[in-house]
Design a protein around this ligand. Structure first.
Ligand code: FNR
Length: 184
């Protein structure tokens, strides 16, 4: 089976980030057809249109990684009912120059999460609102708004919550099929 590479963008810079742990768990659970490149946004310069004439090297390598991928998976927490600034910055960087979005045509998955009860659903909805003009198809179902993730991992970052493992497995299997479908 062909291996498709997915850029799994983590919306948190925190060392013990649940989003990072979820992205790593999804990478482990992914079927053989899918390779998740878990990408943390450390060091991605702030978007500034003035720099577009001579873009910083970190923008260029981020854009190239997106362009070479077979799809993008956003794994994000919710900050103040929206997405964290670092993630918005990455989307802005990837979406430019105008008309040359590096996300163009890429099939997209969205996984939001929160230690709270609502699973970051507003962050996911924000993504669904801002992405359509710059990406390819966004997977509609299954949806993944993961709540109460605070007790899902042990102190080594291993997933210990069986119910979450089941949901993640279902999600990544469906996403693999979605990626196959849109990379024919
Ligand atoms: C939060 N948090 C949060 N949680 C939520 O469910 N809805 C929200 O709107 C917010 N808002 C918010 C704003 C800011 C600035 C911070 C720092 C946090 C809590 C958040 O879900 C929690 O800190 C997560 O652990 C952050 O994700 P990572 O870093 O674990 O991936």
């Amino acid at each position: 089976m062909a291996t498709h590479t997915i850029v799994a963008i983590v919306g948190s810079l925190r060392k013990e980030s649940f989003s990072l742990k979820i992205a790593n768990a999804l990478a482990r659970l992914a079927p053989a057809s899918l390779k998740l490149d878990v990408t943390i946004l450390h060091g991605l310069s702030f978007f500034n249109q003035d720099l577009e004439a001579a873009p910083p090297a970190d923008w260029l390598s981020f854009r190239e990684k997106l362009q070479k991928s077979n799809g993008v998976l956003f794994v994000t927490p919710e900050y103040n009912r929206s997405i964290p600034g670092v993630l918005k910055n990455a989307i802005d960087v990837g979406s430019r120059p105008f008309g040359k979005s590096s996300f163009l045509g890429k099939p997209i998955g969205i996984v939001s999460n929160s230690p709270g009860p609502l699973g970051g659903v507003s962050a996911a909805m924000n993504l669904k609102q801002l992405l359509p003009g710059i990406v390819g198809p966004i997977m509609g179902q299954p949806e993944a708004y993961l709540n109460a993730v605070g007790d899902a991992f042990d102190d080594k970052g291993q997933l210990i919550k069986e119910s979450l493992q089941k949901v993640l497995q279902q999600y990544i299997d469906a996403f693999a099929a979605f990626i196959e479908l849109h990379n024919k």
